[in-house]
Design a protein around this ligand. Structure first.
Ligand SMILES: C[S@@+](CC[C@H](N)C(=O)[O-])C[C@H]1O[C@@H](n2cnc3c(N)ncnc32)[C@H](O)[C@@H]1O
Length: 347
C-alpha cells in the first residue's frame, strides 16, 4: 500500500442484495419489511436511504486528493448496482487499490466481467461458506431460487479463467459457524484447487438475541475444534495466502465474545467504515458505533475525502470498545501480503 496514502475504507456501497443470508449483518429483509430498523448505524438490505448515484460519484471524485489508498467495496451486493462500473473507474483512476467483495454470481456475465477486468480491480473476495452446496445455499439463499453454490463456483472459475497474468488476485471468504468448523481446512483446499490466491475464514458475528445465535455462533466449547481446524489449514501448505499467523489466535480469543480492549486498534485512524446511506464510522464495532455521540456523526454526502480522512498521525490506539465484529477487520488490514508480490512470496 502506498505509504503516503495509509487510509483504508470499508465501503458498504449499496444495501440491496440478491441473496437473503439469514445471518447477514444487514439483517433479514423479511423481518425488516415488517419491523424496519431504528437503531443508529443499523444496516438493512431494504434501506430507502442509500445515497443517490450522483452523491456516490461526487464523493468518489474527491478521493484522488486524499490519503485513502485502499477501498474494500462491499454491501449488499455491489456488483448488481447500475452505478458500479462508473464508481469503480473513478476510484481506480484516483490511484486507489480496490478489493471488490461479492457473492460471485455477477461474475458469470462475460461482458460485465471483462469490464471489471479492464478497470484493473486489484482483488475480488468471493463469499462461499461450504464445499457442500446444500449448506452454502442454506447460509446464503437466493429467495428467487435461481442461483446458488454452483453459480458462485462458476463465477470464480470464470474470473480466474478470464484474468491475465497481472490481473486481479482472487480469494474466497467463508463465514465460520459452529455448524461448519470442519469446513475451514476443506474450503482452504477447495480454494487452492480452484486456483484462488487467498482464503479467509471469518467468524460469524451475531447479536445475542439473533434468531440464529444459538445455532450458529461459536462458543467456548468450540475452541478445540477451531484450533484443530486452523492448525490443519495452516499446516496444509496450500498454494495460496492465508491471513497472517496471529489471526487464528485472534479468532479463538474472540469466541467467548466478551468485549475487551483492542490493543493497537486501527479503527478510526487508518480504517473507516462507510454505510450505504453515507454514514461514516470509526470501524464496524457496534459498541463503538453506539458510543459515537450525535455531535460526531459524519457523512460522505457533500464532503471530500481529504477533509473526512486526513493522514493519521501517531501510533495506533487501544480501543476499549472492541466488539465481536472486530476480529474480521484484521485480515482486511493485512491485505498487503495478498496484493504485494514480495509480501506474497514471503508469506
Ligand atoms: C455482507 S457481504 C457483502 C458483499 C457481498 N454481497 C458478499 O456476499 O460477499 C460481506 C461479507 O460479510 C460476510 N458476513 C455477513 N454477515 C456476517 C456475519 N453476521 N458475521 C460474519 N460475516 C458476515 C458475508 O458472508 C460476506 O463474506
Amino acid at each position: 500500500m502506498n505509504p503516503n496514502r495509509p487510509i483504508t475504507l470499508l465501503w458498504s456501497l449499496r444495501s440491496l442484495c440478491d441473496l437473503a443470508c439469514p445471518s447477514c449483518y444487514f439483517g433479514d429483509p423479511l423481518i425488516h419489511q415488517i419491523k424496519p430498523p431504528t437503531k443508529t448505524g443499523q444496516l438493512s438490505h431494504i434501506s430507502p436511504h442509500d445515497l443517490k448515484r450522483r452523491e456516490v460519484l461526487a464523493f468518489a471524485r474527491t478521493l484522488k486528493d486524499s490519503a485513502v489508498g485502499r477501498i474494500f467495496v462491499a454491501g449488499g451486493e455491489p456488483l448488481n448496482w447500475p452505478g458500479i462500473l462508473d464508481t469503480l473507474k473513478i476510484i481506480k483512476d484516483a490511484g486507489i487499490e480496490v478489493i471488490v467483495c461479492t457473492n460471485g454470481i455477477p461474475l458469470n456475465r462475460p461482458v460485465f466481467l471483462q469490464s471489471l477486468l479492464d478497470l484493473g480491480i486489484d482483488a475480488f473476495s468471493v463469499s462461499l461458506d461450504s464445499t457442500e452446496a446444500e449448506f452454502n445455499d442454506w447460509m446464503r439463499p437466493d429467495p428467487k431460487g435461481k442461483h446458488g453454490w454452483q453459480d458462485v463456483v462458476d463465477g470464480i472459475r470464470a474470473l480466474i479463467a478470464a484474468r491475465t497474468q497481472n490481473g486481479p488476485r482472487v480469494g474466497l471468504y467463508t463465514v465460520i459457524t459452529r455448524r461448519n468448523i470442519e469446513q475451514v481446512p476443506a474450503m482452504g483446499r477447495f480454494a487452492a484447487e480452484l486456483g484462488a490466491d487467498y482464503y479467509v475464514p471469518q467468524p460469524i458475528a451475531l447479536e445475542d438475541d439473533h434468531p440464529h445465535h444459538a445455532e450458529l455462533s461459536l462458543r467456548p466449547e468450540d475452541t478445540s475444534a477451531l484450533t484443530d481446524a486452523f492448525a490443519e489449514l495452516y499446516a496444509a501448505d496450500l498454494s495460496l495466502t492465508l491471513p497472517e499467523g496471529a489471526y487464528p489466535g485472534q479468532v479463538i480469543a474472540g469466541v467467548p465474545r466478551t468485549t475487551s480492549t483492542a490493543v493497537g486498534c486501527f479503527g478510526g485512524r487508518t480504517l473507516h467504515f462507510i454505510q450505504p446511506d453515507g454514514a461514516i464510522w470509526d470501524c464496524v464495532s457496534s459498541l463503538r458505533i453506539d458510543a459515537t455521540p450525535a455531535s460526531a456523526h459524519r457523512t460522505i454526502r457533500g464532503h471530500s475525502a481529504a477533509d473526512l480522512f486526513p493522514t493519521p498521525a501517531g501510533c495506533a490506539s487501544d480501543c476499549p470498545l472492541a466488539s465481536y465484529e472486530c476480529v474480521n477487520m484484521w485480515p482486511l488490514m493485512g491485505f498487503d501480503r495478498i496484493l504485494t508480490p514480495t509480501a506474497r512470496s514471503s508469506a
